[in-house]
Ligand binder design. Structure first.
Ligand SMILES: [Zn+2]
Ligand SMILES: [Zn+2]
Length: 427
């Protein structure tokens, strides 16, 4: 038994924002009340802290199997709980690609063996994520995938995407869409705009994302499938999702902390630091402002990290040759608190919705709530604690973050998965 005392519970799943004690027994929420006494229970004092349903990251790359030198399922799960995440959903671009039930089962077993965060695999849309032939979607669903995606690459053929959506609808899976039209932009290194011109780098225009989002919203309407736009990054794409929602289509989207914090100007100011290189690239100031508006008005459903570990040697290449991606699990919560709630952009309750309630609903994970009887996944955080990001202390195997040394207000305090305290802040 675990008793969390004196915290402020914020749980949008039943519009709760009050001081409450929370009692956990056998991995489930046993009671949630003004004052609970439970003899023999381990007690965790949450005075001045926020207690929320466990945070769920819909978009991470854990690199195992195949790239264990970047990250393993265990090291990624350790980074997750140290960042306040109780569940992570991992993309299939491993080696081999998770396009069949044996890879899916392997990931689930490794996740269980780590005994940290819940690890939910996402299956590939096409075999090898090559965009040619559909993967074994039904078999993967039976083995436990929670969504399908060819993340890292778009699905270029509209006919294949249409069929994937029809299957996904029949198997009740959401299609997670990496939107990047290949409009003459092979070899791009950053967002196409004034800074790419100044730096002499090949740019990827926002239109490359917009064309794909337009196509796949159209296909969502045609097929009735549920489509989730990964890492949305442009003003026009946010607007298209807003309109799709107004039409009643089952279209959702996520944004990364780096896309609501940084713009292409940061690439310029970094002097070719490859920790500012990712897909989609950091966009313009007006794109960032549209993302902030989407976070405010409910168009954006979730905050997801796109945690993408790379070895230091790989990132040490010239800017245009370095691989895309940055890690995010151990900075996401502090960035969200510092950039969004502390500055009054969104409320703490809306933040919990973006990190827990909505992610659970979109992937149908049956979590994201602290109602009595729910799985006891809990994130406890301190919105006021001031921290300095120190990448050398990260639990992740990789260090590729643009936020090293940043001073931020707000940090995780404790992470509880299935009723077990799996991480606590060092005091
Ligand atoms: Zn992607
Ligand atoms: Zn990704």
């Amino acid at each position: 038994m675990l008793l969390i005392k004196n915290g402020t519970v914020i749980d949008p799943s039943h519009s709760l924002e009050k001081k409450r004690d929370l009692l956990i027994r056998d991995g489930r929420v046993e009671a949630l009340d003004e004052s609970i006494a439970a003899e023999g229970a381990e007690t965790l004092d949450a005075t001045d802290l926020i207690v929320a349903p466990g945070f769920i990251d819909l978009h991470v790359h854990l690199r195992e199997p195949g790239f264990e030198y970047k990250e393993t399922i265990a090291s990624g799960a350790r980074a997750a709980v140290a960042g306040g995440f109780t569940s992570v959903c991992c993309m299939p671009n491993t080696k081999p690609v998770n396009d069949n039930s044996s890879v899916t089962s392997f990931i689930i077993e490794q996740g269980r063996a780590a005994e940290l965060a819940n690890v939910f695999p996402i299956g590939a849309i096409t075999q090898g994520s090559k965009g040619e032939h559909l993967a074994e979607i039904g078999e993967m669903k039976s083995a436990g995938v929670v969504a399908i995606s060819d993340d890292g690459r778009p699905v270029p053929d509209s006919g294949i995407m249409r069929r994937a959506m029809e299957y996904s609808r029949d198997f009740d899976l959401v299609v997670v869409d990496h939107c990047e039209d290949c409009c003459g932009a092979a070899g791009w290194a950053m967002h196409e705009g004034e800074y790419s011109a100044l730096m002499g780098l090949n740019g990827l225009p926002g239109a490359a994302e917009d064309m794909h989002v337009a196509r796949d919203i159209t296909l969502a309407e045609l097929t009735g499938a549920r489509v989730h736009i990964a890492h949305i990054s442009t003003a026009r794409s946010v607007d298209m999702v807003r309109q799709a929602k107004q039409k009643g289509l089952a279209v959702t989207c996520e944004v990364t902390p780096h896309h609501f914090t940084l713009t292409d100007r940061a690439v310029y100011e970094s002097c070719f630091d490859t920790n500012f290189k990712m897909a989609p690239p950091l966009r313009s100031q007006s794109d960032l402002e549209a993302i902030i508006e989407g976070l405010r008005d409910g168009t954006i459903d979730a905050i997801a990290t796109d945690h993408a570990p790379h070895h230091a040697n790989e990132k040490m290449l010239e800017f245009d040759c370095a691989p895309n991606g940055i890690i995010g699990l151990e900075t996401a919560l502090s960035l969200t608190l510092d950039r969004l709630t502390s500055r009054g952009v969104i409320s703490l309750s809306r933040m919990v919705e973006l990190l827990s309630t909505n992610p659970s609903r979109i992937f149908k994970l049956n979590r994201g709530t602290l109602k009595v009887g729910a799985a006891a996944d809990v994130t406890i955080f301190d919105p006021n604690r001031e921290i300095k990001v120190n990448a050398s202390k990260f639990q992740s195997r990789s260090r590729n973050t643009p936020f090293d040394g940043w001073e931020l207000k707000g940090a995780p305090a404790a992470t509880i998965v299935g009723g077990r305290v799996v991480w606590r802040e060092d005091k």
